[in-house]
Design a protein around this ligand. Structure first.
Ligand code: SF4
Length: 363
């Protein structure tokens, strides 16, 4: 069975599907001839520019983003300049763009890249996803456009093109169906081989451009689409029926800095999480909303040297937690936070702890 032979039933496993080179080949060729070239964030291998544009475009129209992008890059030409800026300055430039958490996340992420990666963007989607505020699609956009990695993006435009092309009629309000569409998006990627990085850049940008300029949410211009010949939604005469989403899922994302404070003889500082909130009542490492708050808490203890460990994502039902462990060694007479205590390893087993904290402590 090929992808285009029928509308896909939710029960069909992605692994049963045959990868079909048609979509990737058509999109790559179409983008080479007709793709947009006039945006300041296009035709670049600069991950800072791609990242910035992806974040700005998440909730905002292209026409609006254009001016903001130009002004932002003129003021903060690279990630180091953004990291050094005050949050007030960043907010000031963001003023009018809305969704200010994006600006805060950008600022935090820039500082994280400077502190944790010497100012150099990680090159894989997997690593990029661990950075504050960078989700799977943005990470894949950066990795595929700038570093040629063979990873799929699935922003709103691309989701629409793909769902229509393959006739994906399962409800994307359900996480399992969303995951399945991700699998299918990966099946459609350009094949491995020579010039893959170049083809990946054309494919990724081409899918975005198709969704933005041809496969509109309403009244798609199928006559101008390179996929029309094999598009299920077009053949059925029902492009507007795809993608299907019965209710909007409000998933959140939160970045948390976890201070893994330990003594030379193995005690670790833990505190019980307050209620209500994430992990209420469980024992957890000291928790901060950003690196600055974490550092401030240690000033009175002589600002000891910190070791930043790789961040990782922990998925809850309602939000993604991006956890940023920071290790420090302290003396046992130090009181790390207002509440909490030093616990020796023998006591960890008896404490209720969230899974990622247990993993960090090897409990
Ligand atoms: S043929 Fe029409 S519905 Fe199908 S992907 Fe192209 S524009 Fe969208």
């Amino acid at each position: 069975m090929t992808l285009q032979s029928a509308s896909l039933s939710p029960s069909l496993s992605a692994t049963e599907l045959v990868s079909d080179p048609f979509l990737a080949q058509e999109v790559v060729q179409w983008h080479m001839r007709f793709g947009r070239r006039n945006m300041p964030w296009q035709n670049t291998l600069n991950p800072y520019h791609v990242w910035l544009s992806e974040v700005m475009l998440q909730q905002t129209q292209v026409a609006t983003v254009h001016g903001y992008f130009v002004r932002f890059v003129a003021r903060f030409p690279d990630v180091a300049a953004l990291a050094q800026a005050s949050l007030d300055d960043v907010f000031c430039l963001w003023s009018g763009l809305g969704y200010y958490s994006r600006a805060k996340n950008l600022h935090q992420c820039a500082q994280y890249i400077v502190q944790g990666y010497d100012g150099v963007f990680p090159q894989t989607a997997r690593q990029l996803q661990t950075l504050p505020g960078i989700g799977r699609s943005t990470a894949s956009a950066i990795a595929s456009l700038c570093f040629g990695e063979r990873v799929a993006i699935l922003d709103g435009n691309v989701r629409r093109v793909l769902a229509r092309f393959i006739g994906f009629d399962a409800d994307l309000a359900q996480a399992a169906n969303e995951r399945r569409l991700w699998d299918l998006a990966t099946h459609q990627l350009p094949a491995e081989g020579e010039d893959l990085p170049d083809r990946m850049a054309h494919y990724t940008q081409g899918m975005m451009d198709l969704g933005a300029t041809v496969c509109h949410a309403r009244r798609p211009d199928c006559g101008a689409c390179p996929l029309a010949q094999r598009c299920v939604a077009c053949k059925l005469g029902q492009p507007d029926h795809y993608p299907v989403k019965t209710r909007k899922i409000k998933r959140g994302q939160q970045s948390i800095w976890l201070l893994y404070a330990a003594t030379h003889d193995g005690y670790v500082w833990l505190r019980q999480r307050p209620a209500p909130g994430v992990w209420a009542g469980l024992y957890c490492l000291a928790w901060f909303d950003d690196m600055h708050a974490l550092q401030s808490a240690l000033v009175e203890h002589g600002s000891p040297s910190l070791h930043i460990e790789p961040a990782f994502r922990h998925v809850l039902t309602h939000k993604d937690l991006d956890l940023h462990p920071v290790r420090v060694q302290l003396a046992r007479d130090v009181k790390v936070t207002a509440d909490g205590a030093w616990f020796e390893p023998e006591r960890w087993q008896g404490l209720g702890m969230p899974a990622p904290i247990k993993k960090m402590l090897n409990v």
